[in-house]
Ligand binder design. Structure first.
Ligand code: ISE
Length: 336
């Protein structure tokens, strides 16, 4: 029997997740979709063969054929929707960020703990990307020694008109924050952000310097109007070696005196395998009553670090990060 999926939000990511569920994920069926923009919802429904296009998020959550939900609505709506799904006892894959503030993420953590089982996965899809998985495996080799630096470059071709200076951190760099914690297996304790002066315009690019508990240093360049394409790079330097992500293309073409390869226009082609792996992992975990990917706790930590970065963006100072103590519920060894 397949798992019935409801999708809330039919924007770039809601439509992409709906298409991945409909065409590529085994053991799941797209049952219902909602977006306040009815034309957009209808178009995604037709393109993916969703059984129903409903007229509210509440109707999707309450639909008896919907067993689990993908929340891909605007960032500020995640908290309320995730809490409603938890009250309905339905597992959720929530797009990042889990909620706009660390305090709000903790509300999700508490509500999830109250259900007694792991119900929330956060859409940090890079954890499922073949190149980051290979990087994590390479740095884990004992002969590499301890990681010392992680340099992450995150460039988007262009930002939508509604993108704000804060979103450069809360919506974009939050990916680099999560992947740094996951790769290096340590927490970030201090954050400092360098950015162009405020002048009414978008503060872009931004440069984050994050210090980790074991003396590791993470640098993140986020440049969301880089113009030329979507470009994600990363390098971990360890005591005895370094590991670099390879470009994601399959070929380099040498022609007419140049060597070239292409860049995608946005993140969907670059991370297609990661989005597929994330959704398949989520469906398998629900079916087997286990968990995978980034938890609500990871969502909280990423937002807490992003919040410190926002304070640094504002003040120019380095900001200390004081995390709450991780509840046993989220210990990797005890995770359901
Ligand atoms: C977008 O929301 C994403 O999640 C992309 O992965 C990221 O590269 C982009 O900067 C975000 O705005």
């Amino acid at each position: 029997m397949s798992l019935g999926i409801g999708v809330i939000g039919a924007g770039i990511m809601g439509a992409d997740h709906a298409a991945t569920i409909a065409r590529k994920v085994a053991g799941a069926e797209l049952v219902a979709i909602f977006d306040p923009d009815t034309a957009r919802a209808g178009e995604t429904g037709r393109a993916t063969g969703a059984r129903r296009v409903l007229d509210s998020a509440e109707a999707v959550i309450a639909n008896p054929q919907v067993d689990a939900l993908i929340v891909a609505s605007p960032d500020h709506t995640h908290l309320g929707l995730v809490l409603q799904c938890l009250s309905a006892g339905k597992p959720i894959l929530c797009e990042k960020p889990l909620a706009p503030t660390a305090a709000e993420c903790l509300q999700v953590v508490e509500a999830e703990i109250a259900t007694g089982r792991r119900m929330v996965q956060v859409g940090f899809m890079r954890r499922f990307d073949p190149s980051y998985l290979a990087m994590k495996q390479a740095i884990a080799a004992p002969s590499m020694g301890q990681p010392r630096f992680f340099h992450s470059t995150h460039r988007n071709a262009s930002a939508p008109s509604w993108f704000t200076s804060d979103m450069v951190i809360s919506n974009s760099a939050v990916h680099d924050i999560d992947i740094a914690r996951w790769l290096l297996e340590c927490e970030i304790t201090q954050a400092k952000v360098f950015a162009p002066a405020q002048g009414g315009a978008l503060r872009d690019p931004q440069f984050l310097v994050l210090r980790g508990g074991d003396g590791v240093v993470v640098t993140v360049e986020v440049f969301i109007n880089a113009g030329y394409g979507y470009d994600i790079r990363g390098e971990v330097a360890c005591e005895n070696g370094a590991v670099t992500l390879s470009p994601p293309d399959l070929v380099h073409v040498r022609h007419a005196g140049t060597e070239a390869f292409g860049f995608a226009a946005d993140w969907r082609p670059r991370f297609a395998a990661a989005y597929h792996g994330q959704l398949q992992g989520w469906v398998n975990a629900i079916t087997s009553r286990s968990s995978c990917g980034a938890s609500a706790w990871d969502g909280y930590v990423a937002t807490a670090v992003a919040e410190a970065c926002l304070r640094s963006l504002e003040s120019g100072a380095e900001v200390d990060i004081a995390l709450k103590e991780r509840p046993q519920f989220y210990d990797p060894s005890t995770a359901a």
